[in-house]
Write a protein of this length. Structure first.
Length: 340
């Protein structure tokens, strides 16, 4: 185990030596040799702009409060061998310019900034069991990217927790509703919505929310009607793998009730073994706005990762190791690497 940690930490240090002031490591596994065994302690000790790498563990790192610009990187949200688990994540005043990537977040991620509006928040490559919220009673978030996640909901159905301006929601697997209050500055594109869920425009009297290049994928005996006041679909696709269907979408250039031909996705429930790449001949290939593909793989520099490995961060895994050796004998180790 210690050999594995050393290899992975070295790779991370090499990757971030130029980008960050410092790199801190956290591991709550008994006997680990990281700098910290408690994530909140590492956050408190970190300086503005630091990167904190949080090792995978069977034990959650608990709730955290972020009150400065940091980059937090976990190992994975759904790796079958190991993942990095958090509880509640709170963004406090002065948490602007924060990136959170590679975590299984078992509770909500909430903007709890009372006096200072947050900017440049990036939430990517995470599995969020609950939602992402910013209450009207707080200072809110202006400029936020939510991408590459498997996520529950964004905002809530009575608008008071949807205080996001200039938000980009893209390349996600979405398992519930996305509630948008400030539709004038919201971008929702290239997501896969599972089940009967879809975006909602909280302020439809002032204009429309444009939804582009998304795939809506259900497994139901019902006919799904995802039309919503003030929501216009552009170059989106619907498909029900059950005996039901979708009502025709309002908007332009939509593909209604056609199989996107995912490589493998047999249900409307996310599984780590699912593959949402498009097979040859898919009606979603090249039919998005601007001629790009619909769905989460849009030919951009960002690539969705099923298990939540962070793009650009190499991963190193020991896949085989001699369990018993005689004194003085050689230890045999097989290592697998991935550049992500």
């Amino acid at each position: 185990m210690k050999t594995k940690i050393t290899f992975f930490t070295m790779a991370l240090l090499l990757s971030f030596s130029i980008k960050a002031q410092n790199v801190l490591t956290v591991d709550n596994t008994v006997g680990a040799n990281a700098q910290y065994n408690d994530l909140q302690s590492a956050i408190s000790a970190a300086s503005n702009g630091d990167t904190i790498y949080v090792h995978a563990s069977e034990v959650s790192y608990g709730n955290i409060n972020i009150d400065k610009p940091l980059t937090l990187i976990g190992f994975s949200h759904s790796d079958t061998d190991k993942k990095t688990i958090l509880g509640y994540v709170y963004l406090l005043d002065n948490a602007s310019n924060t990136t959170i990537s590679g975590f299984y977040i078992s509770n909500e991620l909430s903007a709890s900034n009372n006096s200072t509006e947050l900017t440049n928040i990036i939430i990517e490559n995470n599995y969020l069991v609950s939602g992402i919220y910013s209450a009207d009673t707080r200072a809110g978030i202006n400029q936020m990217i939510i991408r590459g996640n498997v996520l529950y909901e964004v905002g809530d159905n009575v608008s008071v927790y949807s205080n996001f301006k200039n938000v980009i929601i893209s390349n996600n697997i979405i398992r519930y509703w996305v509630y948008i209050k400030y539709h004038e500055s919201a971008t929702i594109k290239n997501n896969v919505f599972l089940g009967r869920y879809h975006p909602v425009n909280h302020d439809d009297t002032t204009g429309d929310l444009d939804v582009q290049n998304c795939i809506f994928y259900d497994n139901s005996v019902s006919t799904r009607d995802i039309k919503s006041d003030g929501v216009v679909y552009e170059n989106c696709l619907t498909y029900n793998i059950g005996s039901g269907s979708y009502s025709v979408l309002n908007g332009t250039n939509n593909v209604n009730n056609q199989n996107p031909n995912f490589v493998s996705a047999s249900d409307d429930i996310f599984n780590v073994t699912d593959d949402y790449n498009l097979q040859a001949g898919s009606p979603a290939i090249g039919t998005g706005v601007g001629g790009i593909d619909m769905g989460i793989y849009d030919n951009s520099a960002f690539t969705f990762n099923n298990v939540g490995h962070t793009n650009g961060i190499p991963t190193v895994k020991i896949i085989n190791i001699t369990d018993r050796i005689a004194p003085g004998a050689n230890l045999s180790v097989t290592i697998s690497t991935n550049a992500n």
